[in-house]
Structures are given as structure tokens and as C-alpha cells.
Design a protein around this ligand. Structure first.
Ligand SMILES: Cc1ncc(COP(=O)(O)O)c(C=O)c1O
Length: 187
């Protein structure tokens, strides 16, 4: 499915898979669009320490059987540039019979055979429910070369979802219910 931006893709994919009464587990350094997608979904949010598959495993083991469960992670992290340990994350997600979404905005075209991305790099396609990419990410990589030469600085990313997150609107989508509680660190 093609959307007008990677940001919108994450706003769409998380609420499409989980909602009120479900659980979503998100790496603490995930991109802002994933954070907003989780909030919009109305699912209970468990934030796990960065790239920590052991804590993720513990959170998944502790969560109740009710509702669907979704793990969501960046493939290559946008701020630190490190890779998610997707082999371990896929193992614990499979074991818990949870869904897994990977946002590979910075991995596609770069890692994996012929640039097929992090899912290909770790050979875990069978464990992945949905993969998000962004054409802007590919364009940014081209811009990076230019930036190195002219020392341009990009403005901080905008958050198109923020107006949507006005509390009254969020609560209509069940977002209010998930705030302030949940499994592990909660947003
Ligand atoms: C990991 C990640 N996901 C999603 C996005 C949003 O992509 P777009 O710029 O196409 O909205 C970005 C943007 O940098 C990103 O780094």
C-alpha cells in the first residue's frame, strides 16, 4: 500500500492491526511516527528498553491472554543508526504468537542482499506481519551526500499527527484509556 509519507504509513499500520483492548510493544527509541501510531491505536502501550529483546520477552510473557499483541520496531534506528536485533525480536515474537511490524525506513536500499532491508538481512520474513518503508528515506540518503558538502541543516521533523492527538480527539479513538498505565514503561 502506498501512502503520501512514511509518517502516515506508521499512523495507518498500527491502528489497522491493534485497537482498544489490545497490546502494543514499542522500542523506546522508535521513530515519532510509530509513537503516534501506537497512541492513536488505543491499544495498551508497553515501551521496552532500546533493542532489549530480553525485556520484551518478559513483557510478552507477563501480558494477559486477552486482546491481540503487536511488537513494533525501527529496523535501523533513525537517531542512533544502530540495527534492531531482529533475529532475537523475531524469536520472542514468534514464541508469544504476537504480530511484528518493522519500520525499515533507513534499512531499505542499504542493508540486506541487494538492499532488500533488515528483514532480509536477518532472514526473518516469516515472522514479520508488515514492513514499513519510506521513499523520503531513500531521498534523504541522496541528500546526505549534498549535506556533507554544504553543511546544510534540516529543520527538526514535524509531527503532523500532533493536532490529531488533541486529548478530546484521542479519547474518541480510545487513546485516553491507554495513557498512564500498561505493561512496563508506558506512554
Ligand atoms: C524510522 C522512520 N520512520 C518513518 C519516518 C517518516 O518518513 P517520512 O519522512 O517519509 O514521513 C522517518 C523519517 O525520517 C523515519 O526515520
Amino acid at each position: 500500500m502506498l501512502l503520501s509519507s512514511g509518517f502516515l504509513a506508521n499512523l495507518a499500520v498500527v491502528p489497522a492491526l491493534v485497537g482498544g483492548g489490545d497490546h502494543v510493544y514499542s522500542d523506546e527509541l522508535n521513530h515519532a511516527s510509530i509513537v503516534d501510531g501506537c497512541r492513536l491505536s488505543g491499544a495498551e502501550i508497553g515501551r521496552y528498553p532500546h533493542a532489549d529483546a530480553d525485556v520484551l520477552h518478559a513483557l510478552l510473557s507477563r501480558s494477559s491472554d486477552s486482546g491481540k499483541r503487536l511488537v513494533v520496531t525501527d529496523g535501523v534506528f533513525s537517531m542512533d543508526g544502530d540495527l534492531a536485533p531482529l533475529d532475537r525480536i523475531a524469536d520472542v515474537t514468534r514464541a508469544a504468537k504476537a504480530m511484528l511490524v518493522v519500520d525499515d525506513a533507513h534499512g531499505e536500499g542499504v542493508v540486506g542482499s541487494h538492499g532488500r532491508g533488515i528483514v532480509d538481512h536477518f532472514g526473518v520474513r516469516d515472522a514479520v506481519t508488515a514492513e514499513v518503508g519510506t521513499l523520503e528515506g531513500v531521498r534523504s540518503r541522496r541528500r546526505l551526500c549534498l549535506r556533507l558538502r554544504v553543511c546544510d541543516r534540516r529543520a527538526p521533523p514535524t509531527r503532523p499527527a500532533l493536532p490529531l492527538l488533541d486529548w478530546s480527539v484521542a479519547s474518541r479513538y480510545g487513546g485516553g484509556a491507554s495513557r498512564g498505565r500498561g505493561v512496563g514503561g508506558v506512554r
